[in-house]
Design a protein around this ligand. Structure first.
Ligand SMILES: *Cc1c(COP(=O)(O)O)cnc(C)c1O
Length: 371
């Protein structure tokens, strides 16, 4: 048998300061090591209920239809899209990076006619532009937008948006994969109808589950569907029979991942959402002043606190610097994607990774590899 002699017997303990996954606290890893229960064991059902309740707290919602779907953030995206959209529906999607583009692709695969509005990578959508798109496409049933565009570091403001979307008779769908647990995500106060996230960004859990939530307005649209949801695996009506009172088997839940998510959410609630958001802000500001003192600049005007996209200085081999950080310090940072390939570094300060210690370490490491 052939195997790769370079494969380590134990993976290294990296410092994950890229676009995700983020560092996972020992408490969460230990939670995963608990004995596997059956997916209909009363003890497991109680763990599901607790996880759901904590998800509602972190999403700041009272939405009944809130759960974690099996799969990563993209499964959450797909779950929201396939349940909300029926073949022939029109939808508007806001594209300013990779993930808006992915949402368009998923919508089209679900049979939607998608009207994309775009601003350059690194920029965000002004309210007027969204209002204009809603006027131009009055038949749109869903408007999709990314809160935290991880490919560019741009922070999209969402407050006030739902009013316009609802006035136009559409539902507001939000990608909050890189904001949930790091930035305020106020599902009810902001009038968001459907949102999805992932476990491995600001919640600091390994990848594998996707928190989702749907407003009563979204549930109403789903109840009025004429056609079956195109995905069997992600059909919310069947999933809610398992997560709800009936407890009907649908698919075997990733039991130990649920333990991990429950623990990660417990850590979030122990810290408190406000304090957690403030910590992300403080780390971002510390990093920003350190980077700017080194002559480095940010790409987006309105940067996320959870993901810092910075320009690679002219003449610097960005891949060599990243490799140096990994080899000398065990630090992972991210490269640029798409139009930013070779031109950007993406430093994630997410969840457990967002600390003074990590900020000072990555600044020291960069300083060393840039001089
Ligand atoms: C990471 C990410 C996703 C996709 O999540 P996966 O867990 O990689 O499937 C979607 N949207 C945004 C904004 C992301 O950062």
């Amino acid at each position: 048998m052939q195997w790769n002699m370079n494969a380590p017997s134990h993976p290294s303990e990296r410092i994950l300061l890229g676009p995700g996954p983020s560092p996972v606290p020992a408490r969460v890893l230990q939670a995963m090591a608990a004995p596997t229960l059956g997916h209909l064991d009363p003890e497991y059902l109680a763990i599901m209920d607790e996880t759901r309740e904590r998800l509602r707290q972190v999403f700041q919602t009272s939405n009944d239809l809130t759960m974690a779907v099996s799969g990563t953030g993209s499964a959450g995206m797909e779950a929201c899209v396939v349940n909300l959209i029926e073949p022939g529906d029109e939808a508007i999607v806001c594209i300013n990076g990779v993930f808006g583009g992915r949402m368009k692709d998923v919508m089209e695969r679900s049979g939607a006619t998608v009207h994309a509005i775009e601003v350059p990578w690194g920029e965000t959508f002004p309210e007027e532009m969204i209002c204009k798109a809603l006027e131009q496409h009055p038949k749109a049933k869903v408007l999709g937008i990314v809160h935290a565009e991880t490919s560019t570091g741009a922070h999209q403001s969402l407050e006030g948006l739902s009013q316009h979307v609802h006035d136009a008779g559409a539902l507001l769908l939000v990608d909050c994969v890189t904001s949930l647990g790091g930035l305020p995500v106020e599902i009810d106060a902001w009038g968001i109808d459907a949102a999805y996230s992932g476990t491995q960004k600001c919640l600091s859990c390994p990848p594998g589950l996707a928190p989702v939530t749907f407003s009563p307005r979204a549930v109403e649209k789903m109840n009025q569907r004429q056609s079956k949801v195109q995905s069997w695996y992600l059909d919310m009506s069947m999933l809610s029979s398992y997560w709800g009172e009936e407890r009907v088997y649908h698919h075997t839940a990733p039991i130990n991942m649920t333990y991990a998510l429950r623990e990660a959410l417990k850590i979030v609630m122990e810290e408190g959402l406000d304090r957690r958001v403030a910590r992300h802000r403080a780390s971002h500001e510390r990093l920003r002043s350190g980077l700017e003192a080194m002559g480095l600049s940010y790409i987006p005007n309105d940067s996320l606190t959870t993901l810092n996209a910075i320009r690679v200085p002219d003449g610097v081999d960005e891949a060599k610097v990243r490799r140096g950080l990994l080899e000398d310090y065990g630090i992972e940072i991210g490269a640029g994607l798409g139009p930013f390939k070779g031109k950007a570094w993406r430093i994630g300060l997410m969840g457990h990774g967002s600390t003074t210690r990590h900020v000072d370490l990555v600044l020291t490491a960069l300083q060393q590899h840039l001089s």
